[in-house]
Ligand binder design. Structure first.
Ligand code: M6R
Length: 355
């Protein structure tokens, strides 16, 4: 249900925050623009799925607004002595706004340097995280009940794209690119709806994953965090061990794992490094691995007993969001076949309010 609510969730997140071709100055509240124009680096902190959203954002922020951005898991950040400069925008990401590690990491940051500016992107406007942040961006995903985060992730990404655009706008950077991205964002609910149609193909693939003990997810560049998110969803709800790798790392170790019992799920959008990814996938094929490839319609490759699924055509900046949708559906269908409790996986809580 929550997977299929994503087109509307995205509409609600974007509502009153963009016009036809620009992000509104007030999208992050009245004081944000002044702060955005002054900061010189971004530090993102989060856990789990929210952390994966943060890694996607690093690519967008550095690419679109040319501001250096670091991303770190909250549970590690809070226990080291990080260097934080005055002109840092410290961003916490949290669906619940109640994750203990993320709250403590923010408190740690405020102790290290009280001059930093803090922004939280959360689905709970009245949360503890919101109360201790300078700025709150509310994602409007609606209540997310499933422990496995889906629509919260997608709406976080929409919010993070608005952040990248707002940072660029505060510096008058890349006006043409910004206009193009806002137009693509307006089309995003329809593109996600199209992507949801991949359900039939995911139902076909699911039995080949459900009867295995392991799975490998591959992506390159901004698709590495999407591969990580695909692996996290699969392990959380189906209890299959899954790992994600940037495909170029294969020959530095994980290629040794490849045989007929290791399904490989790969993300192949049209990009500058699509050819390199395809050659990584050829290496998997040559070692007997079965490939399930989500690809741009322009990409054709022989996947033998595996499956090639063509994704809807969309602006490159929207592809991480769009390609994540079939990965959510695939995990759901695999879990359904294995008879696990999809909404409430064993050993997990929706909101991790203790360490
Ligand atoms: O509420 P938060 O976004 O702070 O939660 C962070 C993680 O606990 C959460 O994303 C977790 O990884 C989900 N179960 C993933 O589906």
């Amino acid at each position: 249900k929550e997977i299929f609510e994503q087109p509307q969730a995205i509409r609600d997140t974007l509502e009153s925050r963009i016009t036809k071709n620009t992000v509104l100055v007030g999208a992050f509240g009245p004081n944000a623009n002044k702060i955005f124009s002054q900061i010189k680096q971004v530090q993102i902190i989060a856990c789990g799925t929210s952390y994966n959203a943060g890694i996607v954002a690093k690519y967008w922020i550095e690419d679109i607004s040319k501001i250096p951005c670091n991303v770190e898991v909250a549970s590690e950040y809070r226990y080291r002595n990080p260097i934080l400069q005055d002109d840092t925008l410290f961003v916490t990401l949290s669906q619940s706004g109640e994750t203990a590690d993320t709250i403590e990491a923010l408190k740690t940051a405020n102790k290290i340097n009280k001059n930093i500016n803090t922004l939280c992107i959360t689905n709970s406007a009245e949360s503890s995280l919101s109360r201790i942040s300078d700025i709150t961006f509310f994602t409007h995903a609606g209540p997310e009940i499933g422990v496995a985060s889906t629509k919260a992730f997608t709406t976080q990404l929409a919010g993070l794209m608005l952040l990248a655009l707002s940072l660029a706008k505060s510096r008058d950077l890349n006006p043409v690119l910004r206009g193009r991205i806002v137009k693509a964002l307006r089309l995003l609910p329809e593109t996600i709806a199209e992507s949801l149609l991949s359900k039939e193909q995911m139902i076909e693939i699911a039995p080949n994953i459900a009867n295995k003990d392991n799975a490998l997810f591959l992506g390159r560049g901004i698709f590495y965090p999407i591969a990580k998110e695909g692996a996290l969803k699969l392990k959380e709800i189906s209890y299959i061990h899954a790992e994600a790798y940037p495909a170029g790392e294969l020959k530095h170790g994980p290629l040794a794992l490849i045989d007929e019992n290791m399904p490989v799920i790969a993300l192949a959008p049209e990009s500058e490094i699509a050819e390199k990814l395809i050659s990584n996938l050829e290496e998997v094929k040559a070692r007997g691995g079965t490939l399930y490839v989500l690809a741009d319609p322009s990409i054709n490759m022989d996947v033998k007993a595996g499956k090639l699924v063509h994704m809807p055509k969309c602006d490159f900046f929207m592809t991480p969001i769009v390609y994540n949708i079939p990965l959510q559906i695939l995990s759901y269908e695999v879990a359904l076949l294995r008879g696990t409790d999809i909404d409430q996986p064993r050993n997990l809580a929706k909101s991790v309010t203790v360490e």
